[in-house]
Design a protein around this ligand. Structure first.
Ligand SMILES: *[C@@H]1O[C@H](CO)[C@@H](O)[C@H](O)[C@H]1NC(C)=O
Length: 240
């Protein structure tokens, strides 16, 4: 019975999900500028009000009497918003947001009022800070992989070639800065194996991922037999 119920639940979910697509989404790149689209009636006398619903419906930008009215603007958006003034009368009330922050994520409402009536539309803003570079290095007997300045929350995976018995489920540390960007790092105990090894580390976030590769090769030499093996060659390569 429970299984039938679960099955029906999944079927209903599957069919309903695509129909409730939600608000249009805009993905903005961290620290860059971004346009939130909004169409309004063409009019020479518009009132335009942009609010960030996610942060307590705070005022992002307002415009009336033919000019910006920023007296009640939330501090978070200060100096970062503008409208395309020459396009408002032609029905374009899109908002330009500069220096995008993670805090800007969420739902926005564009409200307009003209002699032709009221209009309201919603838009969902998502922020991405893509993985820029992955750093891989050897520190004593560990291989350390790290990357920073990422959003949304990244994942890190190791691979070793040829496959070995090394424990790959090594702990990964994720930290978030005040700007809500993520740093990720993981360290792996280098194998005792004197064979050449290739360590690869992939950091991914959202649609985006980067890999760094570390080649480790030991000197097969009687002079190093007693002591610790020293890597003869360690090269890092980065994939785009
Ligand atoms: C409004 O104008 C801006 C700037 O030219 C443009 O990028 C945007 O696509 C326009 N939006 C709409 C809804 O037409």
């Amino acid at each position: 019975m429970a299984e039938v119920f679960l099955f029906e639940f999944l079927v209903i979910q599957t069919f309903i999900w695509p129909c409730t697509g939600g608000d249009p989404k805009v993905t903005c790149v961290y620290s860059q500028s971004c346009i939130l689209p909004c169409n309004v009636h063409t009019s020479s006398d518009s009132v335009i009000l942009w609010n960030h619903i996610t942060s307590e419906d705070s005022v992002v930008h307002s415009y009336y009497n033919g000019q910006d009215q920023l007296g009640h603007q939330n501090q978070q958006f200060k100096g970062r918003t503008s409208l395309f003034k020459d396009l408002i009368s032609r029905g374009n009330a899109s908002l330009k947001l500069t220096g995008v922050k993670v805090q800007d994520e969420g739902r926005y409402r564009c409200y307009s009022s003209t002699v032709k009536g009221f209009q309201k539309s919603f838009i969902e803003l998502r922020v991405e800070a893509p993985v820029k570079e992955v750093d891989i290095k050897q520190v004593e007997n560990r291989i350390i992989c790290s990357s920073e300045g990422i959003y949304p929350k990244p994942q890190l995976t190791w691979s070793i070639n040829p496959r070995s018995k090394i424990e790959i489920h090594t702990p990964t540390t994720v930290q978030q800065t005040q700007e809500q960007l993520y740093s990720i790092s993981s360290s792996l105990l280098d194998s005792d194996s004197p064979d050449d090894l290739i360590y690869s580390c992939t950091v991914s976030s959202g649609r985006n991922s980067k890999r760094a590769t570390f080649y480790r090769s030991y000197l097969h030499d009687s002079t190093t037999k007693q002591g610790k093996l020293e890597p003869l060659l360690s090269v890092c390569l980065y994939d785009a």
